[in-house]
Design a protein around this ligand. Structure first.
Ligand code: FE2
Length: 346
């Protein structure tokens, strides 16, 4: 049956317009060439941006003015020395000794490995727990994410050339979705160019007239794009696209251990090209919420706990499904010691 005739799904597709729904391929309303020609996508982009500015304004006391200015000028802000050398060593030592579940996703030749920093994990890592509860860090995450909400925190290791495979799609410049979202990294080791630093097109988060025109044009054919991501609402931008929008070349943000980087991932970004076999160890957070909700959030701990529990349940269901059908779950379990081999407290 053609998808368009699945009448029972129309309410679901329609409601997705008022939330984070972004797939041009899965949602025929979001992907409608006619509606996008009439401006559906650009209206969502503009409205979401206006609402994000409202929430940023309400959360302004959470971050010093100079850091806010950098964030809005460049699309990212780096805070070197956010974590001191002794804390870094202590956290790395805790991680080296940690035993528990980790999860891994494989994309091309690269593995992304993560440990969710839930209560059970943090109970074994007191220095890491102190960092997860650090008020300043939580405020920075709230402001940049335009939401007073404790985002999910992970220990993350990105391992380049982990296996034979094609190019890692995360290394192509892209915007995560149609509205401002935040991702943050607190690097636990120095990030040199060969480690594949986080890469950002400076200033590309601005909703310039050229960006808006590009978004409009892309929305007309997004449903039939086939790069695996653009059609799902995460538009890829090649050097010609960046040129078209008068944007500069991407730059790799090398960083010393202890640097906190917060970025608006509505700007074009990606992982840097890394030398084969090199990896990055970091704390990672991301914040993505209903872009049309003007409320700045209430920072309720119980809601975060509930989200962690829902995430764990979701993953376990995916594990069972994968086992039943005999394939590897997208985020499959690995032992933490496999993820953290070679990490030490020195
Ligand atoms: Fe991304």
């Amino acid at each position: 049956m053609p998808r368009i005739l699945k009448i029972h799904l129309w309410p679901v597709w329609f409601l997705a317009l008022f939330g984070e729904g972004k797939s041009f391929k899965a949602n025929p309303i979001i992907g409608s060439r006619l509606l996008n020609r009439l401006g559906l996508h650009v209206i969502r982009v503009l409205l979401a941006r206006m609402v994000a500015h409202l929430r940023w304004r309400m959360l302004a006391p959470d971050m010093p003015a100079d850091l806010r200015a950098q964030y809005h000028r460049d699309g990212f802000v780096a805070v070197p020395g956010f974590l001191g050398g002794n804390d870094l060593k202590a956290i790395r030592a805790e991680l080296a000794a940690y035993r528990g579940p980790a999860r891994q996703m494989l994309q091309g030749d690269t593995a992304t490995q993560r440990i969710l920093m839930d209560d059970a994990m943090l109970a074994a890592c007191p220095r890491l727990k102190a960092l997860a509860d650090d008020r300043q860090m939580l405020k920075f995450l709230s402001y940049t994410g335009a939401k007073a909400h404790r985002p999910a925190l992970y220990v993350q290791r990105i391992r380049n050339g982990w296996r034979d495979g094609g190019a890692d799609p995360q290394k192509t410049m892209h915007a995560d979705t149609f509205h401002p979202t935040m991702k943050a990294w607190l690097f636990l080791e120095d990030v040199t160019p060969e480690k594949g630093p986080f890469t950002y097109v400076r200033g590309s988060q601005h909703l310039s007239w050229k960006r808006l025109k590009w978004e409009y044009r892309r929305s007309l054919r997004a449903a039939v794009l086939n790069d695996g991501y653009s059609e799902k609402g995460s538009f890829r931008a090649d050097p010609d696209d960046l040129d078209e929008m008068d944007l500069p070349a991407p730059e790799g943000l090398t960083a010393t251990a202890g640097t906190l980087v917060l970025a608006n991932t509505n700007g074009f970004h990606g992982r840097g090209q890394a030398a084969h076999g090199m990896d990055r160890l970091e704390l990672f957070a991301y914040s993505r919420h209903n872009p049309f909700n003007p409320l700045p959030g209430f920072n309720i701990r119980a809601i975060s706990r509930l989200e962690y529990a829902i995430m764990q349940t979701f993953w376990r269901r995916k594990d069972r499904e994968a086992e039943r059908r005999g394939y590897l779950a997208t985020w499959h379990l690995i032992p933490a010691e496999q993820m953290l081999d070679g990490v030490d407290g020195k």
